[in-house]
Design a protein around this ligand. Structure first.
Ligand SMILES: Cc1cc2nc3c(=O)[nH]c(=O)nc-3n(C[C@H](O)[C@H](O)[C@H](O)COP(=O)(O)O)c2cc1C
Length: 315
């Protein structure tokens, strides 16, 4: 998610779940070919496995960008066919590609030829006045014919005329049953459902119908839910959030040494302790102090101390 799932966010999320697949922000193929690659793609291999999401619609460029992503160590290359922003539409990629399944298939075909890691697609049900019964199936059929086997479907249309990107994440109605039907018709494909899923209980319900669940805003706004994912869905261990936070402090200390500002890392953890004693003081301390000149790891430790104190008082 743009501006959210940067490498610091992913490092934190990886401390909360070993098993869930994490995604980068969308990066355009143009940016990768012409921009500062280390800044755009560099990540800590302890975040593994991470899927790199690309934006673009030029098969040759996407193929080159996918190969570069693979060389950086990404476990999967995902093509964005769901982003509705104007900037993206003028570049002819993102959700408007729902109208051009043949072109998307050409893109993913070229990407597959260039890389050995899985190439996957994230799409919507359709755009504007498209008949979603047709548009989603056309996208999936064309891409599957080009060899794609994994699809993440944001289970609503994007309305490109008239709604902002934010409105397009809430206003077009969700249609989960359509995604379930498409899965039933394509048992050989891996279908991951996305959109409006707020809890692991809801995720579990969806898993009765599809192969995977993708959490966007819930994972970002309530990262603590990720701490139950390994135990609940992968037969792993539950993760202790306090221990994860301690390990994040070590990461923060190291990256401060590389010149990363404190707030760029701590902003992703403001909600980590929501609902727990001391969470408000923790959040307030970071909000007020993490952007100050001289803010450092001690600023974060001081914020965490509010939680420790609250825990001690509650005990
Ligand atoms: C701040 C923000 C940035 C996003 N950026 C991307 C993006 O780069 N690529 C993408 O495929 N979806 C992006 N999305 C959409 C989410 O991936 C997801 O499809 C959408 O929010 C619905 O799922 P949710 O209800 O679980 O959040 C973004 C969403 C938000 C809130």
């Amino acid at each position: 998610m743009m501006d959210w799932t940067d490498r610091h966010c992913r490092f934190l999320h990886r401390l909360l779940t070993r098993r869930a697949l994490l995604y980068t922000e969308m990066v355009t193929s143009q940016a990768i070919l012409h921009g500062h690659r280390e800044r755009l793609l560099g990540f800590d291999r302890r975040e593994d496995p991470v899927a790199l999401q690309l934006g673009g619609s030029e098969p040759g460029q996407l193929a080159e960008a996918a190969k570069i992503g693979e060389d950086f160590g990404y476990a999967e290359i995902n093509l964005n066919v769901g982003c509705p922003s104007d900037r993206v539409q003028s570049g002819r990629f993102g959700a408007c590609l729902m109208r051009e399944p043949e072109l998307v298939a050409e893109c993913v075909g070229a990407m597959r030829k260039a890389t050995a890691v899985p190439v996957t697609v994230k799409c919507r049900l359709g755009v504007d006045d498209q008949d979603t019964e047709h548009s989603l199936r056309a996208m999936i059929a064309q891409c599957a014919a080009a060899g794609v086997t994994v699809f993440a479907v944001h289970a609503r249309k994007a309305w490109l005329a008239g709604l902002s990107p934010k409105e397009n994440r809430d206003i077009p109605p969700l249609d989960y049953p359509l995604v379930y039907r498409v899965k039933a018709e394509n048992p050989h494909l891996t279908i991951v459902i996305n959109g409006g899923i707020a809890s692991l209980d809801e995720a579990e319900e969806h898993l009765k119908h599809v192969d995977g669940v993708m959490l966007g805003r819930a994972a970002y706004h309530s990262p603590a839910i990720l701490a139950d994912v390994d135990q609940r869905f992968f037969g792993g261990e539950a993760v202790d959030i306090n221990a994860a936070a301690e390990r994040y402090v070590e990461y923060v200390e190291r990256r401060l040494g590389d010149g990363v500002p404190l707030n760029a890392m701590t902003k992703h953890m403001l909600n980590l302790f929501s609902g727990r004693p001391g969470a408000r003081l923790f959040r307030r301390h970071l909000s007020e102090n993490a952007t100050r000149k001289g803010a450092n790891a001690q600023t974060l430790r001081n914020a965490l101390a509010f939680l420790e104190r609250a825990r001690a008082e509650a005990a």
